[in-house]
Design a protein around this ligand. Structure first.
Ligand SMILES: [Zn+2]
Ligand SMILES: [Zn+2]
Length: 236
């Protein structure tokens, strides 16, 4: 898995991305004297919700197997949009100044800029499997012996018991951080990092799926519009 590390390099990447994003946002505001960002955003969400059926995160076409009314072309696009909204929330309410929250955002970003994150559906464990791991490990973190609270996938996304272990939150976070690798400057992951940071730091959401306030209502509307448009397409 190629991911960003928890070392100084990770912090630098984060700072660089932030200042890069700030410059990009300042530039955008400057060149948009005629069309303020808000109007651009409104145009963008209108276009995205009614005129196209493309992925809300990347504007790419939907693969044929994706079901009607879908908003994202892939799990990773959904994950990127989730990460942008999380980033926008913690910047807005000031929680980004809490080192633990800043670390959590870096970790989410690291997973989101690569395809390294396991799909949410694969990571969800059924209650019986969870309980089996807790029972087998005696309810304790297998690394430090504290009360275990989280199930860790040891090597991959397989839900086999042999690939699962019980950890406490602290040990789980440390393990996740240790597995992250530095991002190569100029790599695709580096570019995606800058793009996501720009979307996080933008005063107005740049995409419908970035709107940390409106999204819980907005996504249902867009999904419904898309399902309707799909029915229309099928009839004509
Ligand atoms: Zn996409
Ligand atoms: Zn532990």
């Amino acid at each position: 898995m190629i991911l960003m590390g928890d070392t100084g390099r990770g912090t630098n990447a984060f700072r660089n991305a932030s200042s890069h994003a700030r410059r990009a946002v300042v530039g955008a505001t400057y060149s948009c004297r005629v069309a303020p960002l808000r109007r651009l955003h409104e145009q963008a969400s209108r276009k995205l919700s009614t005129e196209t059926m493309d992925c809300l995160n990347c504007d790419g076409p939907m693969p044929p197997h994706i079901r009607s009314g879908s908003l994202f072309c892939s799990e990773i696009c959904k994950q990127r949009a989730d990460t942008v909204r999380y980033g926008r929330r913690v910047y807005r309410d000031g929680r980004i100044n809490d080192p633990l929250v800043a670390e959590a955002l870096r970790t989410k970003m690291a997973f989101a800029v690569t395809d390294g994150g396991y799909p949410g559906a694969v990571r969800e464990l059924d209650p019986a499997t969870r309980q089996a791991v807790i029972d087998r490990d005696g309810g304790k973190c297998v690394l430090c012996g504290q009360t275990g609270t989280e199930i860790d996938h040891i090597a991959n996304s397989s839900p086999e018991l042999s690939n699962l272990q019980l950890l406490c939150h602290e040990c789980h976070t440390k393990k996740t951080q240790r597995n992250l690798q530095p991002i190569e400057p100029g790599s695709q992951a580096d570019k995606t990092w800058s793009e996501l940071m720009m979307r996080i730091r933008s005063p107005e959401p740049l995409r419908a799926c970035d709107d940390e306030v409106g999204w819980p209502v907005e996504w249902r509307k867009i999904a419904a519009e898309r399902r309707l448009a799909d029915v229309g397409n099928a009839v004509t």
